[in-house]
Design a protein around this ligand. Structure first.
Ligand code: XMP
Length: 319
């Protein structure tokens, strides 16, 4: 029978058979796929698993702490946290081209992951959260048909002496099956059903050059938007929602004073496959509330706009 419990039982047996007594390394992003792999491997092989979590300074509010609390503290999984905010921000200094930013973030990620991995002596396996659609996409990429290709941890970039073999327990599963496994494995449902978050993180939601000041402002605005979506029961009705930082200033008034501060755009979409999307028809009263909260609570932001562009022609992310 094809139930989550059975899939877990079979996977655990298969993982144990595959890796034996060897040590396994996993790059944990906090996203659904790598989180489910972490929970599954921990259940199968316990302390033979070590995860590396790279904090690139482009995560959402408290995200790094939440990932550590959840996996290391709550589940007792061995997680190494690499605090690399400065290294990412330094590498991004003066860079405003979106594709260049993506490349720099991806490469830095691989560098830091590899450095942490190289410190582990006995690891023989690299676990990855590859799911069935990724397998199809990679196959399509070889024939030049893929539209979106996820940047995975580059196995080829790992230190030469490691020569890791791959363990990919979700390879035959679709996203909804992975989510069900996550719930069955005891991961909180609000983390299993989280909106997708791009690998380059806030790096592609801060238009142009990335600065810490901008990331901090964006985190605050984004957190308010997401918290209100959840509170108003709208989070699960949208496929993806977030705030975007626009590095332009506009004039405003506050009390007797004049403000000259930055602009944030709210983006919320409904979609099945993320290849096409409609902007979410959020209630005006709700948008009004979010806008007021962001402007009142975030010194440095004085204007909020709502993105009413569909995909196509616009993409979901702004960069
Ligand atoms: P776009 O902006 O292309 O986004 O309409 C479609 C979906 O893909 C996500 N996305 C990314 N995910 N690395 C990722 O891992 C990226 O560079 C990237 N760019 C976009 C986006 O969040 C949306 O869910």
């Amino acid at each position: 029978l094809w139930t989550s419990a059975n899939i877990i039982e079979d996977s655990i047996a298969a993982i144990r058979e595959q890796v034996g007594d060897d040590e396994v390394l996993l790059g944990l992003s906090g996203g659904v796929d790598s989180s489910v792999v972490a929970a599954l491997l921990h259940k199968a092989i316990g302390d033979q698993l070590t995860c590396v979590f790279v904090d690139n300074g482009l995560l959402r509010q408290n995200e790094g702490d939440q990932v550590m609390a959840m996996f290391a503290k709550h589940m007792g999984i061995r997680v190494i946290r690499a605090d690399a905010e400065d290294r990412f921000l330094n590498a991004l200094e003066g860079i405003d081209d979106p594709e260049q930013k993506r490349k720099i973030i991806g490469n830095k990620f691989v560098d830091i992951f590899d450095e942490e991995a190289a410190k582990l002596k006995n690891v023989k396996w690299l676990a990855q959260g590859t799911i069935y659609p990724d397998v199809i996409e990679s196959a399509a990429a070889k024939t030049g048909k893929a539209h979106v290709i996820k940047t995975h941890h580059n196995v080829g970039g790992l230190p030469e002496h490691m020569k890791l073999k791959l363990v990919e327990p979700l390879r035959e599963l679709f996203k909804d099956e992975v989510r069900k496994l996550g719930v069955e494995l005891g991961l909180p449902s609000d983390m299993v059903y989280r909106h997708p978050f791009p690998g380059p993180g806030l790096g592609v939601r801060i238009l142009g050059e990335v600065k810490k000041e901008f990331a901090d402002l964006l985190r605050k605005a984004d957190q308010i938007f997401i918290a209100e979506l959840r509170k108003h029961d709208l989070y699960d009705k949208t496929s993806q929602a977030f705030a975007v930082f626009l590095p332009v200033k506009s004039v405003g008034v506050m009390g007797d004073g004049r403000r000259y501060d930055y602009v944030v755009s709210l983006r919320a979409v409904e979609t099945i496959d993320f290849m096409t999307a409609r902007w979410a028809n959020l209630p005006y009263d709700f948008l009004d509330l979010v806008s007021r909260r962001i402007i009142n609570e975030t010194a440095g932001i004085s204007r909020v706009v709502y993105d009413i562009s569909g995909k196509p022609p616009a993409t979901i992310e702004w960069e």
